[in-house]
Structures are given as structure tokens and as C-alpha cells.
Write a protein that binds this ligand. Structure first.
Ligand code: ATP
Length: 355
């Protein structure tokens, strides 16, 4: 990874005129809305043209657009963007469109710790991190011949669950698997899915205490996934599979969730452990992150994934969630990110939360 000198970049910045920028997609409406509430200028990076959709949502529209021919070109305009005192807020689509390598070497101050990408995008490293933190993950089945219960087969690099499939036997696996792709096989965990949205501040001590800084729980959601979540309207999965119709896991939306309160201590214990381990491994997961979990019938969590930045599941909560309302009225994850940047700029701590 090319060494990015955040200190040098920030030296030229007018800290009273920072601009919050992101790619116009994913959770950008929320990011711009939150930044505006905190008094920042906002810049929407868009391909080809100014997106008309933003005209429909004036409070989520960036003050200005920065039009590029293709997302990968953002790297070419880093200097121009630095002249606007831009701080980039990465989200899933931002990283995806730019490509991991360009993202890691992008010469722009970026919210969060970019090193985390290396740990979350590699399923083996992700397991070292999460299991090292004491979390329980779904069992991994190394040899397909050992499939003796329902499993989910995940292709590497598949986004939003695309192409994943369920198999209950080795034969079913052989029928469905695309042999030219790399995959991982996990136990299919039965239970209810909860996607937990945390915010870790290494520089503020006003929430759940950690060895350094503090942790908040801002919201949680459940993803709406087609076709698995609706398939039963047509018949049982078994019946449909016999007709060659297989359920898929493509995310189409997000549903708000409130969890039974007695599970909250476990939620904080998991969040704390994940942050503490990340501090040991790579200097910490800074800002928003999401644990993707299944709660089993004995009320324990199995964590199948971590997303280490703002997730689209926070979008139902632009004007606050049942949890963030207990921290501050009208607090979205997008707004919380801008608050952190504002606090850090005031206290001269930007280098602690930007990379
Ligand atoms: P993203 O990067 O968008 O989070 P992804 O492509 O990495 O998605 P996962 O989040 O790992 O995919 O899984 C996609 C969906 O598959 C989940 O939202 C969940 O519904 C289901 N799923 C994944 N792992 C398991 C599991 N072990 N047991 C049961 N369901 C699972």
C-alpha cells in the first residue's frame, strides 16, 4: 500500500472550510443530509451528469457536484479535490466503483482506517479478526463432501449476496456449484438476521467505554433479500427447487429492527471485542461498522460478516433510530460521521480519524 501522508495533506487544508464528499449512491443522501445538519459544505461525485434524483430530495442534495467520466478517474482529480478541502466518506459503492487498489492509494483525506479493507475483504483474515475477538462465526465446511446439513455457498467477491446458493447435500452442491469460481462453504445458520450498526470513536469518551475511546450503537436493520425472503409465497423451497427455481440473496432494501432489550449487553460485548481486536491487528476500525448476525433460538449470536464503513442499512434512520434517539435527537449515522469530523477538526485531532 502506497504511504499516504495524511499530515501533509491536512496541512494545506482550511479546517473551517472542509467539504464532505462522497460518490452519489448507496447512502449518499444520508451522508449529505447529515453533513448539512452539521454545517459542512457538501460535494457529490457523480459519473457523466448531475443526478436528477437529487432534485427530488433537496435536503439530501449536495451543494455541488463533481462530474467524472468514470469513477476510477477520481484518483486523477485528487489535487483538484484537495483544493476544495475535501474529506471523503467511503461507502460500499464508493469502494466498489473505485476498486480496492485505487481506494487504498487515493490521495485524499478519507474518513476511517483504510487498512480495514484488507481485513474485511479477505474471508480468511476476517475470520482471524472476528474469531480472534471471541465472536462465534458460522462453521466453515472445508471439504464439500462433508456437507451433512444445510450450507450456504458464497463466491468470493460476490456483492450483495449475488450468486450465493443453499445446498443440503453434497449432490446438491455439485449440481449448483460453478467450478471455475472460488467459494467458501458455511453452515446455514437458522435464526433471525440482525445487522448491527455501531460507531466507534477513538477520540471521544462519551459512550460505552473501551480501552481507548468509546462505542455507540446507532441502529439495526434487516435486509430484504430477493428472492429468498418472498419465495414461500409461491410454494416451499423444496417444491420450487424441484422445478429448478432456486432462491437468491440479492439485497433490494432494508427494514428497521428493534431487538429484545435483554440482547443488548451481548451486542455491546461483541462490538467492544471487535474494536479492541482491530486496535491490536491494524490500528482500529474507526467510525461506522456493521456486524451481520443471526440470532439463534438459544439467543446467541453468530456473526457471518463485518462491513467496516457506513452500510445502507442505516438509511431508514435519516431522522434517528430507536437507539440513536437515546443519544441525541435526529442523529443518523451520516450525521454522526460529520459530528466526529467537526469535533476532531476543533480539537486538532483529524489525523486520528482520517487516513
Ligand atoms: P455484503 O458484502 O453486501 O454484506 P456479501 O455478498 O458479502 O454481502 P453476505 O453478507 O455474506 O454476502 O451474505 C448475503 C446474505 O446471505 C446475508 O444477508 C444473509 O441473508 C445470507 N447469509 C449469509 N451467510 C449466512 C449464513 N451463514 N447463514 C444463513 N444465512 C446467511
Amino acid at each position: 500500500m502506497t504511504k499516504i501522508n495524511i499530515h501533509d495533506m491536512l496541512t494545506s487544508y482550511d479546517k473551517k472550510n472542509l467539504t464532505i464528499a462522497t460518490v452519489c449512491s448507496h447512502s449518499s443522501l444520508q451522508i449529505f443530509n447529515g453533513a448539512k445538519k452539521e454545517g459542512f459544505k457538501t460535494l457529490g461525485i457523480s459519473v457523466g451528469e448531475q443526478k436528477k434524483i437529487y432534485e427530488a430530495f433537496p435536503l439530501g442534495k449536495p451543494d455541488d457536484f463533481f462530474i467524472v467520466e468514470k469513477y476510477k478517474d477520481i484518483t486523477k482529480y485528487a489535487e483538484e479535490l484537495r483544493e476544495k478541502y475535501v474529506i471523503v466518506i467511503p461507502h460500499g459503492s464508493f469502494v466498489e466503483y473505485l476498486g480496492p487498489e485505487n481506494f487504498l492509494t487515493l490521495n485524499l483525506p478519507t474518513f476511517g482506517n483504510r487498512k480495514v479493507l484488507l481485513w474485511e475483504s479477505d474471508r480468511d483474515k476476517e475470520r482471524i479478526w472476528l474469531e480472534g475477538a471471541g465472536l462465534t462465526m458460522p462453521q466453515e465446511i472445508k471439504d464439500p463432501k462433508d456437507i451433512d446439513k444445510p450450507v450456504i455457498v458464497k463466491y468470493y467477491g460476490a456483492k450483495g449476496g449475488k450468486g450465493f446458493f443453499i445446498a443440503k447435500t453434497h449432490d446438491e452442491f455439485l449440481k449448483r456449484v460453478e467450478k471455475n469460481k472460488s467459494y467458501t462453504i458455511q453452515e446455514f445458520v437458522m435464526g433471525t438476521r440482525y445487522y448491527l450498526h455501531y460507531f466507534y470513536s477513538p477520540i471521544q469518551d462519551n459512550a460505552f467505554p473501551l480501552s481507548k475511546g468509546s462505542l455507540q450503537l446507532l441502529s439495526m436493520d434487516r435486509r430484504d433479500e430477493t428472492t429468498i425472503d418472498e419465495v414461500q409465497r409461491l410454494g416451499s423451497i423444496q417444491e420450487l427447487e424441484e422445478l429448478g427455481i432456486h432462491p437468491t440473496f440479492v439485497v433490494t432494501g432494508n427494514i428497521p429492527i428493534v431487538m429484545r432489550e435483554s440482547l443488548l449487553p451481548q451486542v455491546f460485548d461483541m462490538g467492544k471485542a471487535v474494536v479492541e481486536k482491530s486496535l491490536d491487528l491494524f490500528g482500529g476500525v474507526i467510525g461506522s461498522f456493521c456486524l451481520e448476525t443471526v440470532v439463534t433460538e438459544d439467543l446467541t449470536f453468530k456473526v457471518f460478516e463485518i462491513s467496516a464503513r457506513i452500510v445502507a442499512g442505516t438509511n431508514p434512520y435519516i431522522s434517528g433510530s430507536p437507539y440513536s434517539e437515546l443519544i441525541q435527537a435526529d442523529l443518523s449515522t451520516g450525521r454522526r460521521i460529520s459530528q466526529e469530523i467537526k469535533f476532531a477538526a476543533r480539537k486538532k485531532l483529524l489525523e486520528k480519524i482520517l487516513t
